[in-house]
Design a protein around this ligand. Structure first.
Ligand code: B12
Length: 211
């Protein structure tokens, strides 16, 4: 498992895939590879990112490698009946096309074992509501990078209320111009300053122990 951790930390996708295959062949359980190997390492990467010890490019490279390795494990995990930590719907709100931070949030959530549905960019309140209904997500993560798109976060929360859905889903907001004060003001359940905090919030919402 040490080699797997090293390869993921270095973002070596090819090496990581080879190591995951080797571990599976040698009888290591897919759940063990996911939880003790990949997720545990992504948590360390998230912490280092939070402390500014590593930066976005490194996180993106490791997150990509993690996604490739997770894909490989998917059929085994489905077989062993391991349940995902919860389902999160993620999107950049209406009027906003920025998606780098939103993609990072998706990747870190996936890395932490959440099932993630990415609604994309420029997503209207109506589209979010439709997607919540069809996906049964427990958490909604909204991203905004423009001061002009911030009101769309409020509109989305108002839309949930109008559809009697507000108490059925936890809402977190984030993005460069967003603050805790703004999140409180629009009635969001939480604000995260980075992708690692998005994971902490999702765990908190779903009462999963934060390591
Ligand atoms: C890259 C970029 C672009 C790219 C976007 C490419 C893409 N695929 O996303 C392009 C060139 C397309 C672009 C376009 C525009 N941009 Co621009 N863009 C940026 C820039 C330089 C970087 C943004 C970025 O990706 N940062 C890196 C990511 C990783 O950080 P992040 O998004 O903040 O995400 C992190 C956290 O915020 C958090 N997070 C993000 N979302 C969420 C969600 C949740 C739930 C949580 C918990 C956390 C979280 O986690 C992430 C990881 O840590 C910023 C400058 C800046 N400093 O932010 C300007 C900036 C956001 N853009 C700006 C502007 C004005 C525009 C344009 C209007 C320019 C124009 N005149 O056309 C257009 C708008 C288009 C539109 N309708 O959206 C302004 C906004 C100013 C304002 N007050 O609103 C900025 C601040 C630049 C500036 N200083 O003027 N832009």
């Amino acid at each position: 498992m040490d080699e797997l951790k090293r390869l993921l930390s270095n973002g070596d996708a090819e090496g990581l895939i080879g190591e995951v295959k080797r571990l599976l062949d040698s009888g290591t359980k897919a759940g063990e590879i996911l939880n003790d190997g990949l997720i545990a390492t992504m948590a360390v990467i998230g912490e280092r990112f939070k402390k500014n010890e590593i930066f976005i490019p490194e996180v993106l490279i490791s997150a990509d490698a993690m996604q490739a390795a997770t894909k490989l494990l998917e059929p085994y995990l489905a077989e062993s009946g391991i349940k995902p930590a919860g389902r999160v719907l993620v999107g950049t709100v209406k009027g906003d096309l920025h998606d780098i931070g939103k993609n990072l949030v998706c990747m870190m959530l996936k890395g932490a074992g959440f099932e993630v549905e990415d609604c994309g960019i420029d997503v209207s309140a109506e589209k979010f509501i439709e997607s919540i209904k069809s996906s049964g997500a427990q958490v909604l993560a909204l991203s905004s990078l423009l001061t002009t798109s911030m009101p769309a976060m409020k509109e989305t929360i108002e839309g949930l209320k109008a559809n009697d859905m507000r108490d059925k889903i936890k809402v977190m907001v984030g993005g460069a111009p967003i603050t805790k004060g703004f999140a409180d003001q629009i009635g969001a359940d939480g604000y995260g300053k980075d992708a690692a905090e998005a994971v902490d919030l999702a765990k908190e919402f779903l009462k999963i122990e934060v390591k």
